[in-house]
Design a binder for this molecule. Structure first.
Ligand SMILES: Cc1cc2nc3c(=O)[nH]c(=O)nc-3n(C[C@H](O)[C@H](O)[C@H](O)COP(=O)(O)O)c2cc1C
Length: 223
């Protein structure tokens, strides 16, 4: 697959087939993605992939926590800055509304929206879940390296016919995940990622996301 096609065809998939992902395909992808650049070559990403019983255990633990603590556990970081400003505020609103429109879940249907949101914690039915951690001592530059790794991974997966959805929402249950996976205390959960093969019949996967126009985010000087 040409790199442009991998970039264009990558999208956040929110409904998966139960087709299993071959272990070597996943291992190779996780390894190849580590060719991502990182400042000082620190490679600050720490990855845990789960499937089978390990994934079932996470799903069960988080399902319990969703009822015990529906607003999530004390967070390690703010998912968004408070009081988002334009143009980000509009984009964030638009993506939610487009998705709920496709799914036919009205704005007033709070229970329906909550139920859909909770599908995140089932990895949207994906056969593989992945968690990305970073050492708490790392700073903002290393956090940006995590993004380098994750995007590279999502593109590598595309090249192998796989789909994914990065999921910050797992940070709401960071303590439960850390304890289930027995990660050392210095590691902090950034996000999860659902990995598998897209169910192309599912309404959620028909979502078309837009982007800011070039002149809204880039300037060219001296050309
Ligand atoms: C770090 C990160 C975290 C995300 N967290 C979630 C999430 O928790 N749940 C979800 O449904 N989508 C999540 N997304 C997907 C974004 O909503 C999506 O990337 C964005 O709307 C653009 O759409 P696209 O990925 O289909 O191009 C996340 C994306 C990134 C990069």
């Amino acid at each position: 697959m040409h790199i442009d096609e991998a970039i264009r065809s990558r999208r956040s998939v929110r409904a998966f087939l139960d087709t299993r992902v071959a272990e070597n395909l996943l291992r190779d992808s996780i390894e190849l993605a580590a060719r991502a650049a990182s400042g000082g070559n620190l490679q600050p990403w720490r990855i845990v992939a789960v499937t089978g019983d390990a994934l079932a255990d996470i799903r069960a633990r988080v399902a319990t926590r969703l009822t015990e603590q529906p607003d999530g556990e004390p967070g390690d970081y703010e998912i968004y800055p408070p009081a988002l400003w334009e143009p980000h505020r509009t984009e964030r609103f638009a993506i939610g509304e487009s998705l709920y429109d496709l799914l036919g879940i009205a704005r007033e249907d709070k229970a329906g929206r909550k139920k859909w949101f909770e599908r995140n914690f089932d990895f949207f039915g994906a056969p593989v879940g992945l968690f990305c951690f970073v050492d708490r001592r790392m700073g903002r530059p290393q956090w940006s390296d995590l993004g380098m790794y994750l995007q590279t991974l999502m593109l590598v997966l595309r090249g192998k016919g796989l789909d994914s959805c990065a999921q910050e929402c797992w940070s709401l249950y960071n303590r439960t995940i850390a304890s289930a996976l027995q990660v050392p205390p210095e590691l902090m959960l950034f996000c999860g990622m659902a990995i598998g093969y897209a169910d192309n019949e599912a309404a959620a996967n028909r979502l078309q996301t837009r982007r800011l126009s070039l002149d809204q985010f880039a300037e060219f000087h001296g050309f």
